[in-house]
Design a protein around this ligand. Sequence first.
Ligand SMILES: Nc1ncnc2c1ncn2[C@@H]1O[C@H](COP(=O)(O)OP(=O)(O)O)[C@@H](O)[C@H]1O
Ligand SMILES: [Mg+2]
Length: 247
Amino acid sequence: MSKILAFTNQKGGVGKTTSTANVGAGLARAGQRVLLVDLDPQANLTKGLGLSDAEQNVYGALLGEYPLKAYSLHKNLALVAGSSALSGFEKVKGDELDREFLLKDLLEPLRDRCDFILLDCPPALGLVTLNAYACAQALYIPLEAQLYATDGLEKVLDLVGRVQRRLNPDMKVGGVFFTRHDKRKVLRRDTAEQLRVQYPDLVLDTVIRESIALGEAPHLGKDIFSYAPQSAGAADYQALVAEILTR
Ligand SMILES: Nc1ncnc2c1ncn2[C@@H]1O[C@H](COP(=O)(O)OP(=O)(O)O)[C@@H](O)[C@H]1O
Ligand SMILES: [Mg+2]
């Protein structure tokens, strides 16, 4: 039975998509069978992994037009494509009784066939994100270690209790981790240390450094292990994968 992890933060540009792609690729290389699901209407995960011609995407499946279609990317790694139409999901499904559980139902038949399902969430708390939280066992929260990073974190943590009570008692926070870390910037270092003191059990040891290759890889439709296996980005995501496997 697969474990479902959601990469989430209400802030954009913090590394959700980069982390979903590269943690997924790293888990697949470690022999885990991985399914990625692109839940952001921007569909950056889909484009960044080189899938440009998907005929069936998560939105059509959520509307019940067809079953969830997973496109194979590499050995052990498959992707359910995103769609810009996801931005209209709330309008279309907002009145339906089981609207928060549509994704959960779609994933159910796939859960025996993979070890991990990774959800790349949009940067907002809408119905799509609630669908992700309703089926995730663990939330992973990337934070950019700068001044207002904690805003995004507090918003997510506030929600966790409510989601546990109302939608998904099995959900927990898997971990919080820093991305785009630059040790030369004192402000970022302070923020990171402050959060470690405040949430010692939540903050992961692994820190993802700012790395040019991580920004370049999606433009070539590649994950970091295919694009630049010797880079700092590959080493950091390898470490994050190892840490996630122990939690
Ligand atoms: N560690 C990193 N080093 C350099 N660039 C990064 C790093 N992490 C993310 N980026 C870049 O920052 C931008 C935002 O990252 P992304 O993963 O798309 O964030 P989100 O999904 O949270 O909006 C992207 O252009 C991405 O390539
Ligand atoms: Mg994103």
